[in-house]
Design a protein around this ligand. Structure first.
Ligand SMILES: [Zn+2]
Length: 373
């Protein structure tokens, strides 16, 4: 009998956990000039410390996130502080419409050059003060922010002497810096939130926009060595927010072949909420590459019901028929609160779901390893 080396199945969350009430209140108070900055900052620190501790103690996760407690949203954090200076919200902006009819708007660039005010390592530096465990840091893709200046598609006003190509150069420089700073500041992995991948096929069913998004992101990723690319990943999903999606109806299998062209290693893929998981798994099997790691979504944050560890185990055993054990990982289908004001789930429910993921992953790991003996 051949003795196989034990193969662990890594498990990582996507990023966000709902913010506590006192943090949301302090944020609103700060924006209305009734709460001083120091009070908001202390409330943010407390929320970050509590989230890291609870994720550690209540779920036994090996890799932690700060729960994105101080990000205004997964999408706008780099430019949030420049709104009304370099960016503006108006009717010419790119808008995302969700299945329940609610809309999220991306501000548009009104003043060159494109630049970030906040880099994600800021969150990582704070989180590192509170834990010795590895920390994953999520960042936004260059492709998502490419929508802040797209005069041709959305009738945005072009900025004088600032071509789309000049904009793309500035954008790629900023996104590269965002990733690189997270890596040099010790992130366990850096995850690109690429929720607009599936959305792009809703805007442009020809797939041209999706290919352009992949190409913009690879323009950034190609600046990293293969060793660095091993610590970089991407998350895709149908865009959950306030218990609805923006692109669930778009065929996932039209996104995956292009997605696997990204020059990085780790794929955090929504899967558990799909109606036909076998079809998706077949597509993953066909297009994934030997150096990829596939973190399959085994928990659905949109579903208020808490999954059992056994249900998680079974989803992994199903996925293991298509993905080699050495390339398998598990994750949640999405974050629990990608926009700061999304309070669809309680924090307690989120932790119970994460705990089920961790326990179910261990159960599957045992079965799959013993099955190889
Ligand atoms: Zn997501």
């Amino acid at each position: 009998m051949t003795q196989h080396k034990w193969v662990s199945i890594p498990s990582e969350g996507i990023g966000s956990i709902p913010r506590p009430d006192n943090l949301l209140e302090a944020t609103i108070g700060y924006e209305s000039d009734v709460v001083p900055r120091e009070v908001l900052y202390q409330t943010q620190l407390n929320a970050t410390e509590t989230t890291l501790r609870e994720l550690d103690e209540l779920t036994h996760s090996e890799v932690l996130t700060d729960g994105e407690q101080t990000k205004p949203s997964f999408l706008t954090y780099p430019i949030y502080e420049l709104i009304n200076k370099s960016y503006r919200f108006d009717d010419k902006c790119f808008k995302i419409t969700f299945s329940d009819g609610h809309v999220r708007t991306l501000p548009r660039l009104i003043k060159a050059p494109f630049q970030y005010a906040t880099y994600a390592h800021k969150y990582l530096d704070v989180a590192k003060k509170f834990t010795k465990k590895p920390i994953k840091q999520a960042i936004i893709t260059a492709s998502a922010l490419s929508m802040v200046y797209l005069p041709t598609l959305f009738n945005m006003t072009a900025i004088e002497n600032y071509s789309r190509e000049e904009f793309l150069q500035d954008l790629c420089n900023e996104c590269e810096k965002d990733i690189r700073l997270c890596l040099t500041h010790g992130a366990h992995t850096v995850q690109l939130d690429f929720t607009e991948a599936r959305l792009s096929l809703k805007i442009d069913p020809t797939g041209h926009l999706l290919k352009e998004f992949i190409s913009i992101n690879n323009r950034v990723l190609d600046r990293f060595t293969p060793e660095e690319q091993k610590k970089i990943g991407v998350h895709v999903c149908p865009g959950g927010d306030c218990d609805s999606y923006h692109s669930y109806k778009i065929d996932y299998t039209l996104v995956l072949p292009d997605l696997f062209q990204l020059h990085l290693r780790n794929f955090y893929l929504q899967l558990s909420s799909e109606k036909d998981r076998v079809k998706i798994l077949n597509c993953i099997k066909q297009y994934m590459k030997p150096h990829h790691r596939i973190f399959v979504g085994v928990i659905d944050p949109i579903n208020p019901e808490i999954e059992t560890a056994q249900a998680v185990r079974d989803r992994i055993l199903e996925a293991a028929q298509y993905i080699p054990l050495e390339q398998m990982g598990t994750t949640d289908d999405c974050g629990y609160s990608p926009f700061a004001d999304d309070r669809s789930r309680s924090r307690k429910t989120c932790y119970e779901k994460v705990k089920a993921r961790i326990q179910g992953t261990k159960l599957a790991e045992q079965i799959l390893n013993f099955g190889r003996a």
